[in-house]
Ligand binder design. Structure first.
Ligand code: GUN
Length: 282
């Protein structure tokens, strides 16, 4: 069994970004983030993104809105950042608490600044293989496959979870490369029967240790995108029972140190691209 080391690969990507930023004489790229409320996990993600953005030399600001803010306040903030020329890209951390229509809000982000790749336009472009920003987690997973020379064409792939952040864009990216992709969801009957036929299993559910060795074919590749608190141990856990699945998988991503750091690196890479497009540097 081989570990897919997202930490090391992400550090390589961050180093390249940092070198590019250092070599430019123009203003540095700028990534802003909007966070509504103070959900523990969202705070952690935003802090991590801010830390890495600073380390590679980006400018940026975090815009905090109250948990119970009006929809108009979120729309106003998005509109402000759309118009503010010095902001190359920005994102709204999800989930947005309360009863807000996230899709409606996200779709007001200018597609040129949608470095999180979550607007309907960006997602549509992913499916058609058009230029644009793809969601960072999905790009991160594709980069891990490329780095470890894992073949996609003709592979049988099962993705558990059909989210905008990972499941759907990864379906788009993988089918473009010739994979046969199945998306499983909460209504899927006999999940292990389906996953145990797959060459690649991607789990993005947020259910600690859902995936055991009986779900996985001998020699398969297992990508763990889930992160949640294990009620048994109180610790953060992936969707995959790492120790058990290690006995059958050929490749596996650890939690932490697998997909998570790749998401941050790919978000910053998208921001660098947005900056390049804006300042016409290639
Ligand atoms: N919440 C968890 N992951 C993500 C992400 O990649 N983007 C946004 N906007 N919110 C998230």
């Amino acid at each position: 069994m081989k570990i897919l080391d997202g930490k090391t690969l992400s550090e390589k990507i961050l180093k390249q970004i940092s070198e590019t930023v250092q070599s430019i004489s123009a203003r540095p790229p700028r990534l802003d983030m909007i966070i509504v409320g103070n959900d523990f996990a969202s705070e952690k993600y935003v802090m991590m993104k801010e830390k890495k953005a600073k380390e590679v030399g980006f400018d940026g600001a975090i815009h905090r809105l109250a948990r119970d803010c009006a929809e108009s306040e979120i729309l106003q903030k998005i509109s402000e950042l759309n118009s503010y020329d010095l902001v190359d890209g920005f994102m709204v951390q999800l989930p947005i608490p309360g009863n807000h229509d996230s899709r409606k809000l996200i779709d007001t982000i200018s597609v040129e600044k949608d470095v999180d790749g979550l607007t309907s336009t960006s997602l549509g472009r992913v499916f058609k293989g058009q230029e644009g920003f793809a969601p960072a987690t999905a790009v991160g997973v594709m980069k891990l496959f490329a780095e470890y020379e894992i073949g996609i064409k003709g592979a049988r792939v099962v993705i558990i979870g059909a989210s905008d952040i990972i499941g759907l864009p990864l379906l788009g990216l993988m089918q473009l490369q010739g994979a046969t992709v199945t998306i499983a969801n909460e209504f899927t009957k006999d999940l292990s029967e389906i996953t145990s036929q797959a060459d690649i299993v991607v789990s993005a559910v947020g259910q600690p240790k859902l995936i055991k060795s009986k779900y996985i074919k001998l020699g398969a590749v297992v990508i763990d995108v889930g992160i949640s608190k294990d009620p048994l141990t109180g610790k953060l856990s992936g969707d995959v029972d790492f120790e058990d699945v290690s006995n059958v998988a050929a490749y596996i991503t650890p939690v932490p140190g697998g997909v998570g750091p790749m998401t941050v690196a790919c978000l910053l890479e998208n921001t660098l691209s947005a900056w390049k497009l804006k300042t016409q540097v290639s």
